[in-house]
Ligand binder design. Structure first.
Ligand code: AMP
Length: 292
């Protein structure tokens, strides 16, 4: 395995070979969720690149940029064990050599809701760094986890709008044995917060059971309310948002429309604070014709 700290070193490592390149962008502090992306990449590509870069552009002024967990040595050991070919760990100066630079502005229909609404500018920062990284790596396939579903919607739109010559591949959310979605941020949780954090998955599960019956007497508004009430049974949970939208366009579902009157894919997405830690989770269902 090679480690590249500059764009030049990385591009030398990539060489001019004709093998398929799979690319997994991350912010490090690697866990089994990241591993699932690497495994998916290995299944389709001969050369695997992972980037570890805590991108300042996607953090708001009062967010956790300074305390975001980092473990370069541990990450490199994991990447080696997982069979990664190159780990790209650029400095901030390597990625943003000029204080003034161009940015991608994500269209507001994708960002005026969910995490985009709660974290203004976040997805512009994500899209900009993914655009830069993908230009540097030039992968055939780029891998994203469905845990960050809005990120997937944004990146797919960017790839399509800018005709980027790579395919976006998504991987299902990897969870702890009690259902909590794996996240680098889970280390922030104290014991009480950790034990209550499973409420996100439980709310998704409860609403999912109802959705799968495609009821004719339940509206989307009522389902969102049901999810909110379930989350609020955890005393330490502070809801940032709970919303139900169409997938992947992220259009609002009429609150008074019954589940049985809908067809297509829908997403229930949530962000919930436990103390200072903000956790996200979501699930997607197919409704109506072609539904499961
Ligand atoms: P991050 O390092 O948190 O920016 O995540 C890097 C990539 O890993 C993103 O595409 C995430 O969606 C994905 N990811 C993070 N956690 C999980 C998880 N629990 N299951 C699947 N993918 C994940």
């Amino acid at each position: 395995m090679r480690v590249a700290k500059t764009i030049k070193e990385l591009q030398e490592a990539l060489g001019k070979s004709k093998v398929l390149i799979g690319f997994v962008p991350t912010m490090g502090y690697l866990h089994e969720g990241h591993r699932a992306l690497v495994d998916a990449a290995k299944a389709k590509n001969q050369f695997i690149v992972i980037s570890i870069f805590v991108n300042p552009l996607q953090f708001g002024p009062n967010e956790d940029l300074d305390r975001y967990p980092r473990d370069e040595e541990g990450d490199l050991a994991k990447a080696r064990e997982w069979g990664v070919d190159v780990v790209f760990i650029p400095s901030v100066e390597e990625m943003y050599p000029q204080s003034e630079h161009m940015n991608i502005q994500v269209s507001s229909d994708l960002t005026d809701k969910l995490c985009g609404k709660a974290r203004p500018g976040h997805f512009d920062g994500v899209a900009t760094v993914v655009m830069k990284l993908s230009q540097i790596v030039q992968p055939d396939h780029i891998y994203f986890g469905m845990k960050d579903a809005q990120q997937v919607a944004v990146i797919k739109r960017m790839v399509s709008d800018f005709h980027l010559p790579m395919q976006v591949v998504t991987v299902d959310t990897v969870r702890e044995s009690d259902g909590l979605a794996k996240s680098s941020r889970n280390v922030y949780l104290n014991e009480a917060e950790r034990s209550q954090a499973i409420i996100l998955q439980q709310a998704l599960h409860d609403v999912g059971k109802l959705i799968e019956r495609q009821p004719s007497n339940v509206t989307w508004g009522e389902l969102v309310e049901m999810a909110r009430r379930r989350i609020q049974t955890a005393p330490l949970a502070k809801i940032d948002y709970v919303d139900m939208l169409t997938w992947p366009d992220l259009a609002h579902l009429p609150q008074d429309q019954q589940v049985a009157q809908t067809s297509g894919e829908v997403i229930l997405a949530m962000a919930v604070y436990f103390g200072k830690t903000r956790l996200i989770d979501n699930q997607i269902w197919k409704i109506g014709h072609g539904g499961e």
